[in-house]
Ligand binder design. Structure first.
Ligand code: ATP
Ligand code: MG
Length: 570
């Protein structure tokens, strides 16, 4: 007989949630403890190899610091834990990428390890006991790294190379944000909300030209400074109303605690604004300060401003009319918003090669965006924040061509039938990235065809990605092509959580979102800032110089037709 069959109360459920979080945190603490031990062992081994005495090697120490969203106390499940390995002067970066990497590879808990030694901030990425970890590296000019070391002291940066300065900076920035925020619990809750909102609205990605974690954190921190006694809901409401009216490119800076409201301690705001072409400068608070939003373009800025405005209106209704908060977190409508898209398809023959190649292509998408922004008749080139990856099996040259163009008629690997013989099939790894093309509405009564020359942007983008020193045309493919919304693959709509999106009889997708209140500036009118008209004309759009395109009665911007796509020779 059970002692009680009572259902849990709200309090019981809340305690269970806290227990779950604690268990997860404990797992993390154990991993961080193991990593810290490994760093000390790594420093010790390198010191001995360099003929230092046993006692010096022991005393040399070494320490793991955490930073980023984990350190801020706002990381979500599945997001990387940012860690920094700090070593004394006897240990070099090369040692880290050799000895430390080897030690990690030998651990059974470590999977999916990728080392990126040539990155702007060199890093080892891995899963440690299934927890995704980014491990960066900094060598300080000290003979030993005690556990009590604090990275706040500016003098530690003297004589460090740029990569070490950048690595240490990640940790110093996070610590400085926490130091400058007056009310940390309210900051955390507001930041969690803003991060969730930005992810749902598809504007969370430093790489694609939107904002990354640290920029969102600094914006929320600045609003917390302006309302030091406010609770999270008020901060969120002020956040959106301040940001959609912010006089960009005036930079957002965190106010140093010890100074007056408008003074700036170590940086000169002008330095970060228009002079450097930054569209939405948000400046990190730790010396040496830098702009965390270098990648923002005119298009991504326009998209974000429009989202800020819409969110400001929504939060106002949440506060005044008491509509549910969930209205703020509605999924973006990227794949139903435009009538024309560009697909950038990266393909490779092996998983390992594809990881690098697709990463490189992804990191260059914003360069395609800035080039598209110069095209006449294109109001805005809106990149989607992530790509869609697939492993495809093919047998014939035609199937291979289809795979490289994203028009797969062959089953993907996960749908493979048992009768498939591996000997007959080849594998292709593909990742597809999307850019929404916003074209101005045609003037009333006009039937004239408007032309969009996408040839140059495409060519320049191809040149950029192919100039990568590890580019290999034999095993890596790249295709840039136009696609109409009606031809978008089902996976992008499924993924976009647009199960609520159905096709009307006309074949046009109709969003039947019930949570988000209807927005006045969706299809049919232009946004107030005049940059984001959601109306896409029914008119034809043509690429000059493409006989098949001009002859076609259908709207087309088939950039792929202008140059033969490159397909990997696998
Ligand atoms: P997330 O939850 O998305 O991981 P995060 O706050 O951890 O958010 P990351 O993008 O993981 O942010 O970056 C980790 C740290 O690296 C940041 O706290 C910051 O110090 C540094 N960093 C990352 N991107 C930038 C940038 N664009 N400019 C300056 N510093 C950056
Ligand atoms: Mg992070």
């Amino acid at each position: 007989m059970p002692i009680s069959e009572a259902h849990p109360t709200k309090d019981d459920l809340e305690s269970t949630d806290r227990l779950l979080q604690t268990l997860k945190d404990q797992g993390l603490e154990i991993v961080l403890g193991k990593l810290d031990k490994m760093v000390k062992e790594f420093v010790y081994r390198v010191c001995l190899r360099r003929n230092h005495s046993e006692s010096l090697a022991r005393e040399a120490g070494g320490k793991i610091f955490t930073f980023g969203s984990y350190r801020l106390g706002v990381h979500g499940s599945g997001t990387d834990i940012d860690t920094l390995c700090v070593v004394p002067r006897h240990v070099e970066r090369e040692d880290f990428f050799e000895d430390m990497q080897d030690m990690l590879r030998q651990r059974p808990e470590v999977t999916e390890l990728t080392a990126v030694p040539d990155a702007f901030t060199p890093v080892i990425k891995m899963n440690f006991s299934d927890i995704p970890i980014d491990l960066t590296f900094a060598r300080l000019g000290l003979s030993s790294i005690p556990d009590s070391l604090d990275l706040a002291d500016d003098s530690l940066l003297r004589n460090l190379d740029d990569r070490c300065i950048r690595s240490v900076n990640g940790s110093r920035v996070t610590d400085e944000i926490l130091r400058l925020v007056p009310n940390i619990p309210a900051f955390r809750m507001a930041l969690r909300c803003v991060k969730l909102w930005a992810q749902r609205r598809a504007i969370y990605s430093n790489m694609m030209g939107f904002l990354g974690g640290v920029a969102w954190a600094m914006l929320v921190a600045r609003v917390c400074q302006l309302y030091p006694n406010a609770c999270a809901a008020t901060i969120i409401s002020r956040f959106f109303s301040i940001l959609h009216q912010w006089p960009w490119p005036q930079p957002v800076l965190l106010k140093p605690i010890e100074e007056g409201p408008l003074q700036v301690r170590v940086w000169n705001p002008k330095l970060y604004a228009a002079d450097r072409g930054h569209k939405m400068p948000i400046i990190t608070p730790a010396y040496p300060s830098m702009c965390a939003t270098h990648n923002v373009t005119d298009s991504t800025k326009a998209v974000m401003l429009s989202e800020f405005k819409e969110a400001a209106e929504l939060v106002n209704r949440i506060m005044v009319e008491r509509i549910p908060w969930s209205a703020l977190f509605t999924k973006d409508d990227f794949f139903t918003r435009y009538r024309h898209y560009l697909q950038v398809i990266a393909s490779s023959d092996t998983e390992e090669r594809h990881l690098r190649w697709s990463g490189l292509v992804e990191s260059r998408i914003r360069h395609l965006v800035t080039r598209l922004e110069r095209v006449e008749n294109l109001v805005l080139a809106h990149p989607y924040i992530k790509g869609f990856s697939k492993v495809i099996k093919y047998r014939t040259a035609a199937e291979k061509e289809d795979a490289a163009h994203g028009t797969v008629k062959t089953p993907s690997v996960d749908q493979e039938s048992p009768s498939d013989s591996p000997a007959e099939t080849n594998t292709m790894h593909t990742s597809i990235y999307y850019i929404g093309l916003c074209i101005p509405a045609r003037e009333a009564g006009s039937t004239a065809h408007r032309k969009m020359d996408l040839f140059r942007p495409k060519e320049e983008f191809m040149e950029i990605v192919k100039s990568w020193d590890k580019y290999d045309p034999q095993s890596m493919g790249i295709v840039v092509q136009h696609i109409r919304s009606s031809a978008l693959p089902a996976e992008v709509l499924d993924d976009a959580d647009q199960k609520k999106t159905k096709r009307s009889k006309s074949g046009k997708k109709t969003a039947v979102d019930t949570t988000r209140p209807p927005s006045k500036k969706r299809r049919g009118s232009s946004s107030q800032n005049g940059v984001l008209p959601d109306v896409v004309p029914a008119a034809s759009v043509e690429t000059p110089g493409t006989p098949t395109a001009t002859a076609s009665p259908l709207p087309t911007i088939d950039v792929s037709a202008t140059t033969a796509p490159i397909v990997p020779q696998v």
